[in-house]
Design a protein around this ligand. Structure first.
Ligand SMILES: [Zn+2]
Length: 277
């Protein structure tokens, strides 16, 4: 089976992006894996600190390993991890990639702590670093959160070179969560400039709420992994509401609708990211 690194290299050649979907239970996992299998494309399961606490780090790693053992290119990323300890714990648990999120620290501190994780990982897993603030919520927001920044190509280059990260998440007009007004738009020119100044693949966080057109432009500009969380959460909640109201009591039957609603979002997004029309 291909590794995550190989799948990303393939995405680079094809000028497409790998979808990254956050889950926190086995229903979410099932929806993402089935969606990717339907299209025959690789996919990344994302679990933030809170999400992996709910499903269990060892448990979700085991589920992903089983899928990999069956020949499916499904990978697991320890999403936004705010401490060195939790990041090391995820690496030791056998994830495929980790995100050490020190975007709220000073540039120097961010570089040195991220570097510590790169050295600890020692090539066992891919390490993603972040620079710039894009908010921390995975909800529907009425306005753009305070303090949102954009990463300059110069800072991006220095950060990637000094930290040694394998993947880089810049702030390019993306925001975690869905901002109702549709603002801000992705800064496509900035993505292009950053892609030209760093040698590692770029990751777009907070892509829920961005239009397909915007995301395609971002992929063409150099994005190789796209994160979706909020849209999947909303689909889950809606599907679950209908299911619970149906009066069915067998969980494997009433959960089917929620899984189906999530799966539909996953397929729709993966078609865009992989340019499958
Ligand atoms: Zn994110």
């Amino acid at each position: 089976m291909k590794t995550l690194r190989e799948c990303i290299a393939e995405a680079e050649v094809k000028k497409v992006a790998i979808g990254h979907f956050n889950i926190s239970d086995s229903e979410g996992f099932k929806a993402v894996v089935e969606g990717a299998r339907e299209l025959g494309v690789p996919v990344i399961i994302g679990v933030s600190e809170g999400e992996r606490e709910f499903i269990g780090l060892q448990e979700i790693v085991a589920l992903v390993k089983i899928a990999q053992g069956n020949g499916f290119p499904v990978f697991i990323n320890a999403d936004h991890t705010y401490s060195i300890e939790k990041t090391k714990e995820a690496i030791d648990a056998g994830v495929d990639s980790v995100i050490i999120d020190l975007a709220d620290k000073s540039f120097e501190e961010n570089v040195s702590l991220t570097r510590e994780i790169v050295q600890y990982a020692n090539g066992r897993v891919l390490v993603e670093g972040e620079l710039g603030f894009i908010g921390k919520s995975s909800k529907v927001l009425s306005e753009v959160p305070d303090g949102i920044t954009q990463t300059t190509p110069e800072d991006a280059k220095k950060f990637v070179e000094d930290s040694g990260v394998d993947l880089f998440a810049p702030a390019v007009g993306n925001v975690h969560g869905i901002v109702k007004t549709g603002e801000p738009k992705l800064n496509i020119e900035l993505i292009k400039a950053i892609a030209q100044s760093v040698l590692v693949p770029l990751v777009l966080h907070g892509a829920s709420g961005n239009t397909d057109e915007e995301i395609l432009q971002a992929i063409n500009a150099g994005i190789r992994i796209v994160h979706i969380n909020t849209e999947l959460r909303l689909a889950y909640k809606e599907g679950l509401k209908d299911a619970v109201e149906s009066g069915e009591v067998a969980p494997y039957k009433f959960m089917e609708a929620a899984v189906e609603d999530m799966r539909r979002v996953v397929v729709k997004k993966l078609k865009v990211f992989n340019k499958l029309g």
